[in-house]
Design a protein around this ligand. Structure first.
Ligand SMILES: [Fe+2]
Length: 285
């Protein structure tokens, strides 16, 4: 069984700044602490981009310090808020391929994890140019077995018009590269949306997870009745979260975890037994 922790959209800003009234550094620290407490057995943590909100070196320093202190195996992708060059210069171990993109691959057991750079400098829209697609084609040809793909931008419209306008524009190109390997593609993990979301794209399962700082509210969106959806990108301060994927040769299970939930834990079994006077054990008299 392989365990991958999926974190996204940390949007770290440098001291002493806050973002939308929130402290992304503190939220990242709490998120990492939660991962360490519960998933220190993870094979890998992947952060799918928008690591820093304004892309400045001090923000990447704050981001990298927290992950280094955690001692968790981690891979960082970039998103539309990131600056590729500043990220690569600031974060120790930052991925860089021969063309300068933040791309790479890592093998975990029989699973090949592929990390894509979908950033378009100067635009919030995602892209995967011919060079990036060529590299992906090459890696797929050189590897065998199951593949999990990580990228920042969703390659599909999700019903939130202003986000759909800045999704991956080269979705057809990505699909064309993946199609010859259809049976090998186990899952796509992406960020950008700041929401827990799952479904299929052209038959391949996908999931996305919350942001670590702010979230995307669905108010005014997901309309199918012809009424125009909102043009606004509506934010919310819902708790941050991350996802945990459990992958074996038969199944892929993705759990969504909310951080900052300080409710006292209790035993469902003990409370039920005390309250109703019967045991949960179906075999009990
Ligand atoms: Fe983001």
């Amino acid at each position: 069984m392989i365990k991958i922790v999926h974190v996204s959209d940390t949007h770290v800003v440098a001291e002493p700044h806050r973002l939308y009234g929130l402290d992304p550094r503190e939220r990242l620290s709490r998120t990492i602490a939660d991962i360490r407490a519960n998933h220190e057995d993870a094979d890998l943590c992947v952060v799918t981009g928008d690591l820093a909100h304004w892309g400045e070196a001090e923000a990447y320093d704050a981001f990298a310090e927290r992950w280094a202190a955690a001692g968790l195996p981690a891979v960082f992708l970039i998103g539309n808020h990131d600056d590729r060059e500043v990220f690569q210069a600031s974060v120790p171990g930052a991925m860089v391929d021969e063309d300068g993109f933040v791309q790479g691959a890592r093998r975990i057991g029989d699973l090949t994890c592929l990390f894509l750079d979908t950033v378009t400098p100067g635009s919030h829209m995602g892209s995967l140019c011919e060079r990036r697609r060529a590299r992906l084609t090459r890696i797929l040809a050189e590897t065998s077995g199951d593949v999990a793909i990580f990228l920042h931008h969703p390659p599909l419209a999700v019903g939130v018009a202003p986000m759909d306008a800045i999704a991956l524009v080269d979705a057809d190109g990505l699909a064309a590269v993946l199609e010859p390997h259809r049976a090998r593609i186990r899952h796509l993990f992406f960020g950008h949306l700041h929401r827990p979301i799952s479904g299929t794209w052209r038959g391949w399962p996908f999931s996305g997870t919350r942001g670590v700082n702010h979230q995307l509210a669905l108010d005014g969106h997901l309309r199918v009745d012809g009424r125009p959806a909102s043009d606004d990108i509506v934010g919310s301060r819902e708790p941050p979260g991350y996802a945990v994927a459990l992958i074996d040769d038969r199944s892929t299970v993705v759990h969504f975890v909310d951080v900052l939930d300080d409710d006292a834990r209790f035993s469902l079994v003990a409370e039920e037994t005390v309250g109703r006077g019967y045991a949960l054990d179906m075999g009990a008299e």
